[in-house]
Design a protein around this ligand. Structure first.
Ligand SMILES: [Zn+2]
Length: 397
């Protein structure tokens, strides 16, 4: 497959039609050319020419035939899961995981390396590049089969230019990850915040498929927000939208790693909830070393200090959700991340607070989906979905 012709940013009408047809095939699973023609508004001759092109490039296959009242039964077209792939990378300061993702958003293979990437240098680019090369060679895939590389990183990312503007966890500031890695690998490289990647996955393949306007909240080591408006990702004028974790929850509150005070993340993400638990233990005269998240989450239900810490954090999180509901009036909120493990001692107060604080009836029939967390695969398949979303499929729906 020669990816450049369909994948260029040069969106001629013809290219847009290729993307549109590919997306219609994705949304329908299997679809005949006549139905594609009706759904797209393109003439049967154009649909035939463009689908032949998609087939030549290995992106679609014929899969059985459709029923027909009379005459020849038309072939059904489907995405080809065994030719073209995206690679999704989860990049953290001490570990990087790469996964090969097929056009259905499923992970084919993954590679996990412990890499110290807490510096923005050529060494970092070489380490990530070698992981990608090893992942490709281990799985008998050729570079021609790879549509592009998606990188999920924490912090504020200028996705347009592939620049990690500020990642406090990685210690990267104005790091041109995308261009440098693209130069090393000779492949398209896209970079986005990890919650935006997850949001891309939800939009293309996950629970967001049936919604036009929904929010994805990732709670764990940090707190981020992915925004889908009118079926498309919204990332703000410079890519900084969705910094939910750095909205102010407590004026003059705890110092956040971003440098500001009182950010919501400092109260509901891992370090925040542990800090609250620790403060409660100290105030209660239980002098002990800093508790761990495991101790908090594995505490028995009648452990009052642990339950209070979870309740306090859950209420603040619920107030935060009410704020974003009031701002966006979404059709649905998907909550995911390692923080799903906080359990009902956290989420019951969250949902109660959301109902209490949301304006008028904005939250009264709002679906809140607690999406189980699949560990690093949630990040990598999200990063792969970013590539598929931007380079193959036009904005869904
Ligand atoms: Zn902050």
């Amino acid at each position: 497959m020669q990816p450049d012709t369909i994948l260029t940013a040069n969106k001629s009408l013809r290219d847009n039609n290729l993307h549109r047809l590919l997306n219609l095939i994705r949304l329908n699973g299997e679809i005949s050319r006549p139905t594609l023609s009706t759904a797209s508004g393109l003439s049967p001759a154009t649909v035939l020419a463009l689908t032949n092109k998609l087939s030549e490039r290995g992106l679609i296959i014929e899969k059985g035939t459709a029923n027909a009242l009379r005459g020849r039964r038309p072939a059904l077209l489907a995405l080809n899961p065994a030719d073209s792939y995206a690679i999704g990378l989860m990049i953290r300061e001490y570990e990087t995981v790469g996964s090969i993702i097929n056009l259905h958003g499923s992970i084919i293979a993954s590679l996990h390396w412990n890499l110290n990437l807490a510096e923005q240098s050529e060494h970092t680019i070489v380490c990530i590049g070698k992981l990608v090369e090893e992942l490709i060679s281990q799985n008998q895939v050729t570079c021609e089969n790879i549509i592009g590389i998606g990188c999920a990183v924490s912090g504020y990312v200028d996705s347009q230019n592939g620049i990690c503007v500020d990642s406090w966890q990685l210690g990267w500031h104005n790091f041109a990850l995308g261009p440098l890695l693209s130069e090393y690998l000779h492949m398209p490289v896209l970079v986005s915040s990890n919650v935006s990647c997850i949001s891309c996955y939800e939009n293309l393949f996950g629970r967001g498929q049936t919604y036009q306007n929904f929010l994805t909240v990732a709670l764990g080591r940090g707190l981020g927000l992915g925004i889908v408006l009118n079926g498309e990702m919204y990332s703000g004028s410079t890519g900084g939208a969705g910094e939910f974790g750095h909205t102010v929850a407590v004026v003059d509150g705890r110092r956040c790693e971003c440098g500001n005070r009182g950010c919501l993340e400092e109260y509901v993400a891992h370090r925040g909830i542990i800090a609250t638990y620790s403060e409660l233990l100290q105030a209660g005269g239980f002098s002990q070393s800093e508790p761990t998240l495991e101790q908090l989450l594995q505490s028995p239900p009648d452990d009052q200090m642990a339950s209070l810490a979870l309740r306090k954090a859950g209420r603040l999180f619920g107030a935060g959700l009410a704020n974003i509901v009031n701002l966006f009036n979404p059709e649905c909120i998907i909550i995911t991340g390692e923080g799903i493990e906080y359990g009902e001692r956290f989420f019951d107060p969250t949902l109660q607070m959301l109902q209490e604080q949301a304006f008028s009836r904005l939250a009264s029939s709002l679906p809140i989906i607690l999406e189980p967390w699949s560990g690093y695969e949630s990040w990598t398949r999200g990063a792969g979905a970013l590539v598929l979303s931007q380079l193959l499929f036009t904005p869904a729906k």
